[in-house]
Design a protein around this ligand. Structure first.
Ligand SMILES: [Zn+2]
Length: 304
């Protein structure tokens, strides 16, 4: 990780003005998956939108409410995706403020067919944990505008990290949730995550000229195009590793992860295996590999 990204270490609960109209409060949930904690954003100067209220935490709820100044109120609560570190506090914040919760849909919304089938066959989500109780008051979709008196956010559906993931564009700034982060390559873990969708969403974001990305975790990304290019090339390099290993012999995702992630500690191998599995499903969809029998986490894959 580069030094500038590592240096990001704000005090949880502090309300930090990033630029006019945009304030950030970090939730007290640091971890290897969430870095310093979830970033909650307050947008606007009178009628405020809250992006990603965060985990179920009374302390964080108080911190968000403390960010509402004289003459201000929260009018919108927007959730980028239904992982447990982003959406659970939406319900309590809505009760406190009366503001509706807006999102692409419930935890299953936006899932690709292949991931729906995996989930039906019993594969549970890996990673940050699904907020199964999350249901928004209002559904938003690609191209929708969410507006306050002095701000407007355009909804971009960006599935990949999670099926119901959205990014929110405000001029040449974008709130990108966990799709793009500066300190880590984003997690794509089936059945929450779909790599085919992830790459498509990267291309979609790449097609516009952005000034800055504000992510779900970590510092602002000042070179969005560069970061997207890195993310995509990182994934393509991993794909090449997998195809090379498969050219020697058919293998399971776990066996491939052991071969490719040689320097990864044993504790992180399950996450690496999910990542390889995400690639194998993507490659199967592109007809580069085929699977023996029914698709599952234990399937054996071979080159076509
Ligand atoms: Zn997150």
């Amino acid at each position: 990780m580069d030094a500038q990204m590592m240096a990001f270490n704000p005090e949880p609960g502090d309300v930090v003005e990033l630029e006019p109209m945009v304030r950030r409060i970090v939730a007290p949930n640091p971890s290897p998956m969430t870095f310093r904690g979830t970033n909650t954003y307050l947008i606007g100067t009178t009628s405020l939108a809250v992006i990603d209220p965060g985990p179920d935490s009374d302390i964080h709820l108080e911190a968000i409410l403390s960010g509402v100044g004289a003459g201000q109120h929260i009018s919108h609560i927007i959730v980028t995706h239904a992982h447990l570190d982003h959406s659970p506090l939406a319900a309590a914040l809505s009760r406190e403020t009366g503001a509706p919760v807006l999102a692409f849909g419930g935890p299953e919304a936006g899932r690709s067919t292949v991931m729906q089938n995996l989930s039906k066959s019993g594969m549970a989500g890996g990673g940050e944990g699904i907020d199964v109780n999350f249901f928004p008051d209002r559904h938003v979709a690609e191209g929708d505008m969410i507006e306050g008196p002095d701000w407007a956010l355009e909804v971009l559906h960006t599935p990949g990290h999670f099926g119901n993931h959205i990014a929110l564009a405000m001029g040449n700034m974008c709130f990108v949730g966990d799709h793009v982060m500066g300190w880590a390559s984003s997690l794509v873990s089936p059945p929450d995550g779909d790599l085919t969708d992830f790459m498509r969403s990267c291309e979609k974001l790449r097609s516009r000229p952005w000034r800055v990305f504000h992510a779900g975790h970590g510092a602002p990304i000042e070179s969005p195009a560069e970061r997207l290019d890195w993310l995509m090339s990182h994934r393509k390099a991993r794909e090449a590793d997998i195809l090379k290993a498969l050219s020697a012999a058919p293998a399971t995702a776990e066996a491939l992860a052991r071969q490719i992630y040689v320097e990864t500690p044993a504790a992180l191998l399950p996450a690496a295996t999910r990542n390889v599995f995400a690639h194998l499903i993507d490659l199967q969809g592109k007809r580069r590999v085929s699977v023996f029998g029914k698709l599952s986490a234990e399937s054996i894959f071979e080159l076509r």
